[in-house]
Design a binder for this molecule. Structure first.
Ligand code: AMP
Length: 254
């Protein structure tokens, strides 16, 4: 029996943008800044599409939680091959205090409602770098998890997942239903072609609110301050190792 896949598609500041901290240090500047699909979510969508091409997956449902512009991210996912999309509307300022625990509750509820057999998320969102949502979603659903996946194969009634771990690879078997998170080497996402972008405009996009899903968005942490990393000091050239050592000594570094 082919599987139903739910895929996370977070809209984030584009990876190529130089992120700027707001003067009041409450967060980063997002207005007028280019946004795109989280790169690990592109990999997640790509994997779902490849599993569909292999007839392992029958339907792909893309999910994005956030402001209205998330619908553009969902159209991209559908242009890549997702069949339909769900936009969970979370406007600012609520979106600013949203955390992985809230997304995980939303994903778990949608996975149940949509009768998903597999949830594929990115290993981390490049804006918050949390790397928590997939693990928490698995916990809420009480499903097995295969996170940091660099290869996925259907085997019998489960999946074989090769995982990227410190200093090597680990291969595990998970029973379905399961939650997977996509690591960098899982695949290379395709570009959406113009005809597919046009087709994606006609694919169904459903809208929901966290209240529809019974999820309370009360923040669990408070951001006290967001700071720029320290500015890197200019380097200096030394003639030889002796000079290097004496300079380091003079600086009190050794
Ligand atoms: P994180 O735990 O925040 O690093 O996010 C890990 C993954 O969870 C992302 O790569 C997405 O697949 C998913 N995710 C997180 N936030 C959202 C969101 N607002 N909408 C859709 N998916 C999300």
């Amino acid at each position: 029996m082919a599987l139903r896949a739910l895929v996370g598609c977070k809209r984030v500041i584009d990876y190529a943008v130089r992120v700027r901290v707001k003067p009041d240090k409450t967060g980063v500047v997002t207005d007028g800044v280019k946004h795109s699909m989280n790169p690990f979510d592109e990999i997640a969508v790509e994997e779902a599409v490849r599993l569909k091409e292999k007839k392992v997956v029958s339907e792909i449902i893309a999910v994005s939680c956030g402001p209205a512009q998330c619908q553009e991210t969902l159209r991209t996912a559908m242009a890549m091959g997702a069949d339909k999309a769900i936009h969970v509307e979370i406007p600012s300022p609520q979106y600013e205090t949203l955390q992985p625990i809230h997304i995980a509750k939303i994903m778990a509820k949608l996975a149940t409602d949509q009768k998903a057999d597999i949830v594929i998320l990115g290993k981390q969102a490049i804006d918050d770098d949390c790397n928590q949502t997939a693990q928490m979603t698995a916990a809420f659903l009480d499903w097995p998890q295969g996170v940091f996946a660099s290869k996925i194969d259907k085997e019998g009634d489960g999946l074989t997942v090769m995982r990227e771990i410190d200093g090597g690879l680990e291969t595990i078997k998970v029973k379905l239903p399961a939650v997977i998170s996509a690591d960098l080497r899982l695949n290379e996402p395709r570009y959406a072609t113009l005809p597919n972008i046009m087709k994606a405009k006609k694919k169904p996009l459903d809208k929901k609110t966290p209240a529809d899903l019974g999820v309370d968005l009360k923040p669990r942490i408070q951001v006290l301050s967001v700071e720029d990393p320290p500015v890197r000091e200019a380097g200096a050239k030394v003639a030889d190792v002796d000079e290097l050592i004496s300079r380091l000594k003079a600086l009190g570094r050794i």
